[in-house]
Design a protein around this ligand. Sequence first.
Ligand code: HEC
Length: 228
Amino acid sequence: MTIPVTARIGALVLASTAFYGYVGQMVPQSEVQPPPASIVIPADLTTDQMVTVGRQIMDTKGLCFTCHTIGRTGALRFPDLAGVAGRAAERVPGLNDIEYFAQSMYEPDRFVVQGFNPGMPAINRPPIGLTDQEILTVIAYLQSLGGTPTVTLQTAHAYYTPPGAPDAAPAAADSSAQGAAPGAPPAQGAAPGAAPAGGAPPAQKPAPGAPPAAQGAAPAPPASPAQR
Ligand code: HEC
C-alpha cells in the first residue's frame, strides 16, 4: 500500500512544525531589566566582600573608569590607580590611606595629585552621588590596589561616622566623643535625682501635713543635695 504524496508532505509539515514549536519553547526567554537605582549593601558585609562590591560600584555607578585606568602608563590625563594604596598614606601628611581615599572622593580638590589638574567630581554628590556606605566599599577596593584592605562598613573617617560605629569613637571621632561626654554627666546628674525618687517614701511622711503642690517642687531639690 502506498501513502499519497500530499499526505506525506502534510505529515512532514505537521511534524516539523510541532518539533520546532516544541524546541522553541525550551529556549529561555531573556528580558533585560533596568539596573537597580542603588546597590543594596548589607551591613554585615566582610572586608573581602566589600572589595568586590567596591569594584562593581567603580565599574558602574561610580563612573571612575571613565577617567581612571589601572595599570596604564605614559602620558595620562588622570592618575592611574595601580598600586595607589602604596602611595595613599604618603600623599598628605597626617592622613592615613583610608582618610586620604575618603578625602580624594569627598573633597577631590583639597589635594591635587602632582602632575594632574583638578577636575575630579565630588563622588558623594550628584551626578555620581555614591552613598557613604558605597564609598566605604570603594575605599576597600582602592586599599586592595597595592595594599591590604582593612576598612569595614563600621569604619569612621573624617567625612562619615557610621551609626553605632564601635571602632569610631576611639579612633577618629574625638570631636563627637567629646560631644557625647558633656551629655553623659547630666544623665548621671539625673540619676541621683531619680534615686531620691526612692526617697519618695520620706517625702510621703511630711505629706500628710504638707500641701500637694509642695510635693512636686519642694521635696526634689532638698533631696538631691542631702543625698550627695
Ligand atoms: C571626571 C574624571 C574623574 C572621575 C569620574 C573620577 N576621578 Fe578620580 N581623579 C581625577 C583627577 C583629575 C584626579 C587628579 C586630581 C586630584 O587629585 O584631584 C583624580 C584623583 C584620584 C585619586 C588620587 C590618586 C592618587 O594617586 O593619589 C583617587 C584615589 C581617585 N581619583 C579615585 C577615584 C574614584 C574611586 C572614582 C570613582 C568613584 C574617581 N576617582 C572618579 C578624575 C576623575
